[in-house]
Design a protein around this ligand. Structure first.
Ligand SMILES: *Cc1c(COP(=O)(O)O)cnc(C)c1O
Length: 389
């Protein structure tokens, strides 16, 4: 088939039609598949042919979802997971041995950080962290045991940007596997493989579904690495449910139009906040005031859906802001059709000391907005009335 543009692949990549000539792919809600005879069963298990055996290994709906993500990311192969965290865990557990070392950006998703600091040490896998604004210190952390270089860009919740090309070059020079969690950008805005990334991970729960319905995750990248990730996963069982895969395949068909509007609304919200007298500063990758604006412009086509800002008055102002919001949701999710506001210092990161919070750029007044698809005038009106109080 011809190579199409990303929006077209997201829609036209689909399963072969059955005898019913259905227009869109049907849902294969089946745990297993049958063999016609002993030879079919033998050759299938010997992997002499590609076919579905059991839905923990593969399922047509999962394959369709993975194929779409591969085409959108420019990846060779992939595997779909029940959640973003099972994608992160299984990818790393499949590729690492006891004694290996990870070099990771300091600000990564909370559960990823917990995995690195609390669980991997149980298997003698250690992690060193670099600050996202001190990439020049990164190489000094690399040891002979370092296997993985790990990062997210933009980061959560501070919306910092890491230079993916620089990370790609460092990984290549030191023979490391570069793993990028591309959840905040989506393949529509940023394709890390172009910059030398080996494995790209997504929480499909966020913008990929984008409608707050299902959990899901996916890892795509170099075929040889995905093979290891697949074998680990087929034996340990984090597979995505076919129903969620079917839902996510449909979601990807509208990813480009949804993300366009998310970005358009987010930029307007960022500009509104930048001019507000109750706001100290705003961070959005496509605002000229963003410290890594030039890098963002180089590697992203738009600024994404997340805006961070610091409200004047610290913790109390942050809490008051959440309490006076009327329309926007207070929720732990992001990348939804509904605008969501969070105040990390008093919620998700409240267990950290102020010093530890500052290490990951979370000041007491930091507010994170996941800008949704409501009319942007209504979003701004709600934020404005809450800031005034
Ligand atoms: C949400 C999220 C995850 C985890 O995904 P789940 O689907 O919730 O397991 C991982 N990385 C990032 C950047 C996320 O935002």
């Amino acid at each position: 088939m011809d190579n199409h543009k990303l929006e077209t692949e997201a829609i036209r990549t689909q399963l072969e039609r059955t005898q019913f000539l259905e227009h869109t792919s049907p849902l294969y809600l089946t745990s297993s598949f049958v063999f016609v005879d002993a030879e079919d069963m033998r050759s299938s298990f010997a992997e002499e042919k590609q076919r579905n055996i059991y839905s923990r290994f593969s399922n047509p709906n999962n394959s369709e979802f993975v194929e779409k993500v591969c085409k959108m990311e420019g990846a060779e192969d992939g595997y779909a997971f029940a959640t973003g965290m099972s994608a992160v865990y299984s990818t790393l557990a499949a590729l690492l041995e006891s004694g290996d070392h990870i070099v990771s950006a300091q600000s990564v998703f909370g559960s990823t950080h917990t995995l690195f600091t609390k669980y991997f040490p149980k298997w003698n896998i250690t992690t060193s962290y670099f600050k996202v604004d001190e990439l020049d210190t990164l190489e000094s952390l690399i040891t002979p045991n370092t296997k993985i270089l790990y990062a997210e860009s933009p980061t959560n919740p501070a919306v910092d940007i890491l230079d993916l090309e620089l990370l790609g070059n460092i990984a290549k020079k030191h023979n490391l596997v570069l793993v990028i969690d591309n959840c905040f950008a989506t393949p529509y805005l940023q394709q890390p493989i172009k910059f030398g990334t080996d494995v790209v991970i997504h929480s499909a729960t966020k913008l990929m579904d984008g409608q707050g319905r299902v959990l899901g995750g996916v890892a795509v990248g170099k075929a040889s690495l995905i093979r290891e990730i697949y074998l680990f996963s087929r034996n340990t069982g984090p597979a995505l449910s076919p129903f969620n895969a079917w839902t996510l395949s449909k979601s990807l068909e509208t990813l480009a139009v949804r993300v366009d509007r998310h970005c358009e609304n987010a930029l307007k919200v960022a500009e509104f906040l930048e001019n507000h007298d109750k706001v100290n500063w705003v961070k959005y990758p496509f605002l000229k005031s963003h410290p890594q604006y030039e890098v963002a412009k180089r590697q992203m086509s738009q600024g994404g859906s997340i805006v961070a800002f610091e409200i004047k008055g610290g913790i109390e102002s942050g809490r008051n802001f959440l309490n006076t919001i009327k329309m926007c949701s207070l929720s732990a999710n992001l990348g939804d059709t509904r605008t969501i506001v969070t105040h990390p210092a008093s919620t998700t990161h409240s267990k950290l000391s102020e010093t530890d919070r500052l290490e990951v750029s979370i000041t007491d007044g930091l507010v994170r907005i996941s800008v949704g698809l409501e009319n942007v005038e209504d979003i701004i009106k709600d934020l404005n009335q809450a800031l005034k109080k």
